[in-house]
Write a protein that binds this ligand. Structure first.
Ligand code: KG4
Ligand code: ZN
Length: 342
């Protein structure tokens, strides 16, 4: 593949980021420290199924990618020939959805004879921090909480991470979504629980999360606990959920946030970090954001919490992560394949 042979490294490359790991079709353009465009098209098609249907996600990405690219180019006010490299999500994620994005990126790289950069979706969530904060102090602790992952990570450098703990079953976002489904809330339920919790009393119901001895998490027990609890209460009052929805949401959210924060605090108490970062879709959660910021204040360290548009899946973080690989000339050739798992 001739990509590398013709390559001239630029100090300020214009990067195209492509994200299709789940149910957001997203394209972003990054140049000289600025996100010129960050277009995300959320697939509403999954709502009626109460979760992402992989085959539908792939087909929808296929339909929307070209349009999303056009929108991004328009927003950035550039044309395709201004782009210097193509960064795409290689995985982890839904295999079919990743394959659509990978093929699209390969096609563009081949047609434009540009370097191709394969990005790890989880590393990209961490890279979202550097969009707003280009010079964080290393090492910092990072809580990565999304629909598919929950990890506590030591971030040693821009592209050097060490996973300290992770969930043994459901991810935090999955817990929000599955418990939200039990409450009859639409998918994804995280934002609905967040909004309802603002009006509820978190002390009304006492839920507990599984106690793990180290920095690992377990959220599937909480879901079962909530299911049995509401099942029992509904036999006494058939409108129990409806009549107590805000308090139920507040109590569940409190339990999840407490657990996440307690683990971060444990990590901070045992090792010196200069800051704490919060990334992934669940980092959009109001209570989790303020609890993380408070934790940083208590420990006299900085907090790195990206703005909402960079919390949930987006392509700006893919372009940002791609930049670090571009600087190291860490390119892939056209034989690269999507990887559902790493
Ligand atoms: O990172 P993300 O967009 O996709 C994955 O890579 O999974 O995360 C999506 C997850 C969903 O589970 C969604 O319910 C959750 O993030 N989420 C929230 C909030 N906004 C999105 N969870 C709690 N509170 C929110 N405000
Ligand atoms: Zn994600």
């Amino acid at each position: 593949m001739a990509i590398k042979n013709t390559f001239v490294q630029k100090a300020y490359p214009c990067l195209l980021g492509i994200e299709t790991s789940c149910d957001d079709t997203a394209i972003a353009i990054y140049h000289k420290g600025n996100i010129l465009a960050n277009i995300s098209i959320i697939q509403h098609i999954h709502k009626k199924y109460g979760g992402v249907v992989p085959e539908l996600a792939s087909r929808d990405h296929e339909k929307k990618l070209l349009f999303t690219l056009d929108e991004a180019l328009k927003k950035a006010n550039i044309n395709l020939y201004d782009i210097d490299a193509i960064a795409f999500t290689q995985g982890p994620g839904l295999m079919g959805a990743l394959m659509v994005g990978t093929s699209f990126a390969k096609g563009l790289a081949m047609a434009l004879n540009l370097p191709l950069i394969a990005v790890n979706h989880l590393e990209a969530h961490i890279a979202a921090i550097f969009i707003a904060c280009p010079k964080p102090k290393f090492p910092f602790l990072c809580l990565l909480v999304s629909g598919g992952h929950t990890q506590i990570i030591a971030v040693l450098d821009f592209d050097k991470h060490m996973i300290l703990g992770s969930t043994k079953d459901d991810a935090a976002g999955e817990a929000f979504d599955k418990i939200g489904k039990l409450f009859g809330l639409p998918y994804p339920a995280g934002k609905h629980i967040d909004d309802l919790a603002l009006k509820g009393d978190a002390t009304k119901f006492n839920f507990t999360s599984a106690k793990m001895s180290n920095l690992d998490f377990s959220f599937s027990g909480l879901k079962t606990q909530v299911r049995y609890f509401i099942g029992k209460m509904e036999t006494e009052d058939e409108h129990f959920i409806k009549n107590n929805l805000a308090d139920l949401c507040a109590s569940v959210q409190y339990t999840i946030v407490q657990d996440l924060i307690a683990k971060c605090e444990f990590a901070l108490a045992h090792k010196q970090y200069h800051g704490i970062g919060l990334v992934g879709g669940v980092s959009a959660n109001t209570q989790l954001r303020s609890a993380t910021a408070n934790l940083a204040v208590n420990y006299g360290i900085e907090s790195y919490i990206p703005s909402f548009e960079f919390c949930t899946d987006n392509a700006a973080m893919i372009a940002m992560s791609g930049l670090f690989k571009y600087q190291k000339q860490d390119f892939v050739d056209l034989s690269v394949k999507a990887m559902a798992r790493f």
